[in-house]
Design a binder for this molecule. Structure first.
Ligand code: HSE
Length: 318
């Protein structure tokens, strides 16, 4: 062990970005989850404490908790002879489609790697963090965790074996985010995945492929206009619209307020829009999206942010 106590943080993320279902992810500058790990006696096992956003809604049982599941797997795989007290400070509201579980999972994976000097590479950290997604989503999709670990924009070229491409975001790119104040069930992501069509008509496949390819090219070229205009999904989003109250109005309002593109963030119900800060006002777009949710009877929290960095160690006590 190299440290008695480690604090790591990881950002909120938005998965899919329209056409890139389970493939695209982006890290947001705000909000973040912070995780403090303290080594305890081995007989103490894993103990979890949670504070902050939506803390009361999260299970403290290690097997049912994202952070706990990641810690348990790493302790077992690396035969770590220590107990672990995990304190998660939630900045990312759970169940909203902003990669809340991924943020905790990525921070724990980073923290344990540093605490026990495991020397894991980025790919291994993502694979461990993805274990945590099982606790919240019932599947190991890696779009949120990859973005939470790497920062900026990620695309998953392959799941098996895992191969990630990580690209910088254009400097002028900003994000407007609107989170409706609605209660989502604990298995929200599973439910949102259950409505997805199993077969895709060829023309819809061609539509999404074109947009996804253009979006990836937009990141490679640093062109926020192409990225924003390509944030359109003809396959998954239409199937999920019924789960998002005010979806059409939020979208219409965002585009009218100057957004380049708007889509469901991950499995929702949060919606996210891309804005070029040179030509648009991101705060105004966020407020317009908020009004869209209100028109459907739901108050919402809206904020403007930018693409952000990935997980990092904040403090380490030897
Ligand atoms: N790609 C996933 C989905 C993200 O849309 O179901 C959920 O966190």
């Amino acid at each position: 062990m190299t440290a008695k106590q480690v604090t790591a943080k990881a950002p909120a993320t938005s998965a899919n970005l329209g056409p890139g279902f389970d493939v695209f992810g982006i890290a947001l500058e705000q909000p973040n989850d912070k995780v403090t790990l303290s080594a305890t006696a081995i007989k103490q096992g894993i103990k979890i404490q949670i504070s902050g956003m939506g803390a009361k809604t999260i299970s403290l049982t290690p097997e049912k908790n994202t952070a706990g599941l990641v810690a348990k797997t790493m302790i077992k795989d690396f035969k770590i002879k220590s107990g672990l007290q995990i304190h998660v400070e939630k900045g990312v509201f759970p169940g909203k489609g902003l990669g809340s579980s991924a943020a905790s999972a990525a921070a724990v994976a980073f923290g344990i790697n540093a605490m026990f000097d495991l020397g894991l590479n980025v790919k291994q950290l993502i694979e461990y963090a993805a274990k945590g997604e099982v606790a919240s989503a019932g599947s190991e999709h890696a779009d949120n965790v990859s973005a939470a670990v790497c920062g900026n924009f990620v695309l998953i070229r392959s799941y098996n074996p895992l191969e990630i491409i990580n690209l910088e975001c254009p400097k002028d790119m900003e994000l407007a985010v609107a989170m409706p104040k609605m209660i989502t069930p604990p298995n929200k992501t599973e439910k949102a995945r259950a409505v997805i069509p199993k077969l895709v008509p060829l023309e819809k496949h061609v539509h999404n492929l074109g947009k996804a390819a253009a979006m990836a090219a937009g990141f490679a070229m640093g062109d926020v206009e192409i990225i924003g205009r390509s944030m359109v999904d003809d396959v998954i989003e239409p199937a999920r619209v019924a789960l998002i109250p005010g979806y059409s109005k939020v979208k219409e309002n965002a585009l009218n307020a100057g957004a380049l593109g708007v889509t469901i963030s991950g499995a929702g119900p949060t919606m996210i829009a891309i804005v070029n800060r040179k030509t648009g006002n991101t705060v105004k777009v966020a407020a317009a999206m908020c009004e869209g949710f209100r028109s459907a009877g739901y108050d919402a929290n809206a904020f403007a942010t930018k693409p952000g960095k990935g997980a990092c160690i904040v403090e380490m006590e030897k």
